[in-house]
Design a protein around this ligand. Structure first.
Ligand code: MN
Length: 712
């Protein structure tokens, strides 16, 4: 799972080597505290009810200026309307919305979200109506409560999963705060699942695993995600969970091992004058379990990670420099998620260092702002409807994906897919596949116009990159350059690759059915499927890939351009251009006498010239005559498509050139090479002809034939 390598994971406790301010959110501890106070009952009108004092305290810690009276009013309405209702555990029902709200407050959610969270079950479960919520708390709160109510209904309706999930997206997609409340709601329900029948526990745990945990990951809410993972782990894999628990219990020195490295790191950074906090973050259960599966045996340092918190972005690199200088870095573990943030907003530097005793410690380096986003994801984005402080992640993104903080890139894409998916099943299948993606890669765009990054699931190809970047415009994609080299669209991309996508200017053709073999992402699959359905004629068999030449014109022996050879005794001899390099004016040329007394003329740089000299053959001075005509062999490298040959020969004919011979090599990886020997009425037009051929859609290069390229 990508979380292993690319995401920090919250843990039950932190050993603070040096602590300034709050570095981790302990949702459980505060959750219990809230429950203890929940039965205190309503407070006098003008005072904040005691029961929400923990919520208020947590909220103030993130938003010192927040107006708490609205929270008091929401609590009073929720408490009075839920009064007489009880959880299955026997606790008053109000303990649930309180606990949910505290989770969100701890994560730094803004006041409107908290207000809606306190009321999130009132419309569904009590006499309170949505209109009443709207009257007393305004449109925004009513909108959020309504969204959560709709989402709530989908959880247990497994039979209608695809369609209900679509509805859920429609209900929540326009405001991601609905999803935040839903996730916190699920976390509290999972914490208190023990009172349910085992079958029901398992069913809820599976939905949590399949849908809500991936959602939390996509929305960047690590603090929720990791706890949900551990709760699901305990229900669905009780034995492995127990093994992991025992493993952790058997390694009580794990914190000490990392703590020792942390002390050394702290000393190094202090020496370098870099202000930083160095924390030890134990892995959560599931992370320990995964690490054990991956590494077999775990050493002390494997039970956690070091977290280095600094003030500014530049400090992150300063820390990295010191660590890589003073310790032995494990370079393969280095990842820069600051230069290339993950789509879920996550930013950090990841590395691993080997301590003098050989222990390897993983290190996460980030600023306090990055840390907040890493823990709370979209919840930390605040109220999208008011101006954002400049320290929120949503406002600093530049790739167009995160401009709207209520709709981070992934959620926007989901909404787009659900609109374009032909039916709920296609959408659901694609979505499940996408949610199940464990790992993702970041590739760099190289369009010149809009540099940036694209996040893709591991195993994605250039086809996926094309649709991720260009949407439906990717239908006209002809090929790609990967790391500067031409590559077929089927090329599987690796993390950090640079991709330049080559699109036809005109919609000369659409995606071929084979693209589906290389499309991993729902966006690409849905778009391609949709196009193919709308263009049934394109499902016809692809152009023949017969390895024999499609055109074969008998070779013409005319010598083309007028050539003169300076021969001893000015003796008459046939002078002809060599077939290997087909020189034309004004190429620099060299001639050699060949058997029979005739002279063969090569371009000066032709490798045959070196070969002849190497054999001791004396070159003959040759020069061009005045005739402008000539013969040239050109190689056109293209991406295969129907009609390519016709378009190329038309371009050639437009220039008045005659095709002497043509050869089409069998396609390889969707690429084809056409070789044309042309008779030009005027060789000065050669450059223009080559340009015209390059402009034919699908053609990415046209060059003069040369023996070293395998053309003769
Ligand atoms: Mn609820």
């Amino acid at each position: 799972m990508s979380a292993e390598a690319t995401n920090p994971e919250a843990a039950p406790t932190d050993v603070t080597v040096r602590r300034r301010g709050r570095a981790r959110i302990d949702l459980r501890r505060l959750g219990r505290a809230a429950l203890l106070n929940a039965t205190a009952g309503p407070a006098p009108r003008d005072r904040l009810p005691d029961a929400i004092s923990h919520v208020a305290e947590a909220h103030r810690a993130h938003h010192p200026e927040a107006d708490l009276t609205v929270l008091g009013r929401a609590y009073v309405l929720a408490e009075s309307s839920h009064r007489g209702q009880f959880r299955k555990s026997g606790e008053p029902y109000i303990t649930h919305p309180l606990a949910v709200t505290l989770i969100l407050a701890e994560l730094g959610a803004e006041t409107t979200t908290l207000t809606a969270s306190l009321l999130h079950d009132t419309v569904e479960d009590t006499e309170v109506t949505l209109d009443q919520v709207r009257r007393e708390f305004g449109d925004e709160v009513a909108y959020l409560v309504d969204g959560v109510t709709k989402v709530e209904k989908i959880d247990y309706g497994a039979a209608a999963e695809p369609e209900t999930f679509r509805k859920m997206l429609v209900a929540t997609g326009s405001d991601v705060r609905v999803m935040s409340i839903k996730l916190a709601d699920r976390l509290h329900n999972m914490r208190t699942l023990g009172v349910m029948r085992p079958e029901k526990q398992a069913r809820i745990a599976k939905v949590t695993r399949d849908v809500l945990i991936p959602l939390a990951e996509r929305l960047g809410v690590q603090a929720l995600k990791t706890e949900l993972e551990d709760l699901v782990f305990a229900i669905l894999h009780p034995e492995e969970c127990e093994t992991t628990r025992a493993l952790i219990a058997d390694n009580p020195g794990a914190d000490d091992a990392l703590g020792a490295v942390a002390e050394q790191v702290t000393a190094v950074l202090r020496e370098a004058g870099i202000g930083a906090e160095v924390l030890v973050r134990p892995r959560h259960f599931v992370s320990v379990h995964r690490a054990r599966l991956k590494r077999g045996e775990l050493r002390g340092c494997d039970f956690g990670r070091l977290l280095v918190l600094v003030a500014e972005d530049a400090d992150c690199y300063a820390v990295l420099g010191e660590l890589h200088t003073c310790f032995t870095p494990v370079i393969s573990e280095f990842k820069d998620f600051i230069a290339a943030p993950k789509f879920n907003l996550y930013q950090s530097l990841h590395t691993a260092i080997a301590a003098p005793d050989g222990a390897v410690a993983e290190v996460l380096i980030r600023t306090h702002r990055m840390h907040k986003v890493a823990e709370a994801g979209v919840v930390a984005l605040g109220n999208p409807h008011v101006g954002q402080e400049s320290d929120t992640a949503g406002s600093q993104a530049d790739d167009g994906e995160r401009v709207d903080p209520t709709r981070p890139g992934w959620l926007s894409r989901l909404l787009d897919w659900q609109q374009s998916a032909p039916d709920p099943d296609t959408f659901w299948t694609s979505l499940r596949a996408d949610l199940a993606e464990d790992d993702e890669i970041t590739v760099f765009r190289a369009d010149g116009s809009a540099p940036g990054t694209i996040s893709l699931p591991a195993g994605a190809s250039c086809v996926d990159a094309a649709y991720a970047q260009h949407g439906e415009a990717a239908h006209t994609c002809l090929g790609a350059r990967v790391n500067g080299r031409l590559a077929p669209l089927s090329t599987v991309l690796g993390d950090g690759d640079t991709v330049q996508l080559l699109l036809a200017q005109d919609a000369v053709s659409g995606p071929s059915p084979e693209w589906l073999d290389h499309a991993r992402t729902p966006a690409a699959r849905i778009a391609i499927t949709g196009w193919l359905r709308a263009h049934p004629e394109s499902a016809a068999p692809p152009a023949p890939t017969d390895p024999r030449p499609q055109v074969s014109v008998p070779a013409d022996r005319r010598s083309g351009a007028e050539l003169h050879a300076d021969l001893d005794g000015e003796q008459p001899a046939a002078v002809r251009p060599a077939g290997c390099c087909t020189p034309v004016p004004p190429d620099e040329i060299t001639g050699f006498r060949v058997r029979g007394g005739s002279v063969t003329v090569h371009r000066a740089r032709c490798s045959a010239v070196d070969a002849m000299r190497g054999l001791g053959r004396e070159p003959v001075t040759v020069r061009w005559g005045d005739t402008p005509q000539g013969r040239v062999t050109l190689v056109a490298e293209s991406f295969g498509r129907p009609g390519l040959l016709a378009d190329l020969t038309e371009a050639i004919a437009t220039f008045g050139a005659a095709v002497v011979s043509a050869n089409v090599e069998p396609p390889s990886e969707q690429r084809v090479r056409h070789t044309y020997t042309l008779h030009l009425p005027d060789v000065t037009g050669l450059a223009a002809l080559m340009r015209a051929m390059r402009d034919v859609p699908g053609v990415y290069d046209v060059s003069r034939a040369h023996p070293s390229r395998g053309v003769s």
